[in-house]
Ligand binder design. Structure first.
Ligand code: AQP
Length: 332
């Protein structure tokens, strides 16, 4: 079976709708057809300041949400990044293969460091994409299911894998991004020109999956649309309504054209009211399942411990090949 690898940060507390539709939903589907490795990326989280106790509880919370979303530990390997030290070890080698200018071109770093103030941004934030390179290459992943915002990092991964292979001999699989067009980028409900994001969105524009369902329904009903009345998918001229149609279509399985016909002449209000209900039906059981996993931390921790063991077996094998190729003297 081809292999997939992806990760999600534990920082947000709750996943948002963009995380779910852009990435996690695909993870759930891919565990049926692929040898799937998914992780909570706590090493990535500390690129921004974290409260230690919160980081720990957010890591469990992220794992609980992944299980609630449908990941099945029998079908995939679910683990916490810091439980597998090989990530940091391979990242060091990759750091040494990356040009400073090359790393400086990563747009996510530019955006995030600008938001923080360039002087306050950590070196860890700068090398974040290179840790991601190591994450992917350690598992010899063929595909990486992510949202559009990660495409540049996958390109960097491909470049560095080719560079390493070219310099030291065939070692790493060259991965491809797995990005679904319809959900590659979910937009902020109040400002459909920006992606829904935990750090850039306003609270009203961001759907957190663990929020009170009624608050979520309210956000959907007050989503920004345009001045027209017709319900038509047109990302350029009607970005707000197109975003709602994408969300609706993905959550229900109804095609965009089918939705356009269903709401023909009915106005934005009807679409929003129905989407609010669809969203409520989705988040209500999701919250309950998440809470069930949180109520049983022993089971959760044991799932993560088993996942880490499986992940380490693969990661250690790749790392030892890389160490040998680079020329490190084996420890006796
Ligand atoms: N709006 C989005 N649409 C589609 N996919 C998205 N992803 C994030 N936002 C959207 C995808 O979610 C996965 C996990 O994201 P993450 O938590 O690891 O990273 P992130 O990009 O830091 O999440 P945010 O909310 O976008 O954080 P900030 O605001 O800090 O930048 C990834 O596959 C991502 O593509």
């Amino acid at each position: 079976r081809p292999r997939v690898l992806s990760g999600i940060q534990p920082t947000a507390g709750s996943f948002h709708l963009g995380n779910y539709l852009g990435a996690v939903r695909q993870w759930v589907a891919l565990q049926e057809t692929h040898d799937a490795f998914y992780m909570v990326v706590d090493l990535h989280a500390i690129t921004l300041p974290q409260d230690p106790a919160e980081l720990r509880s957010n890591t469990r919370l992220a794992a609980a949400q992944l299980l609630a979303a449908g990941l099945d530990p029998e079908r995939c390997t679910l683990f916490v990044q810091s439980h597998v030290p090989e990530h940091a070890q391979l990242a060091w080698i990759m750091n040494c293969l990356t040009g400073f200018g090359e790393a400086s071109r990563m747009t996510q770093f530019k955006d995030k460091s600008a938001r923080q103030g360039a002087d306050r941004a950590s070196v860890g934030l700068f090398t974040y994409p290179i840790l991601q390179v190591a994450d992917i290459l350690l598992y010899q992943a063929n595909e990486v299911p992510v949202g559009e915002d990660q495409r540049q990092h996958i390109e960097l991964t491909r470049d560095l894998a080719e560079r390493f292979n070219g310099r030291f001999g065939q070692t790493f699989t060259i991965p491809a991004p797995y990005i679904l067009k319809e959900t590659a980028k979910i937009y902020d409900l109040q400002d459909p020109s920006i992606k829904m994001s935990k750090s850039a969105s306003t609270p009203k524009g961001l759907i957190n999956l663990l929020d009170e369902p009624r608050a979520t329904a309210k956000k959907v009903k007050s989503a920004v649309t345009d001045t027209g009345t017709d319900i038509r998918y047109d990302a350029e001229n009607k970005p707000g309504i197109s975003n709602l149609l994408s969300i609706y279509s993905t959550l229900t399985g109804a095609g965009i054209e089918e939705l356009e016909q269903r709401y023909d002449g009915k106005g934005y209000g009807a679409l929003k009211t129905d989407l609010a209900e669809v969203m409520t039906d989705f988040v209500t059981p999701f919250r309950e399942r998440t809470q069930q996993y949180l109520d049983d931390p022993e089971t959760l921790d044991s799932i993560l411990a088993k996942g880490a063991e499986k992940a380490r077996a693969v990661a250690a094998e790749t790392l030892s090949q890389a160490y040998e190729k680079v020329g490190f003297l084996p420890a006796k």
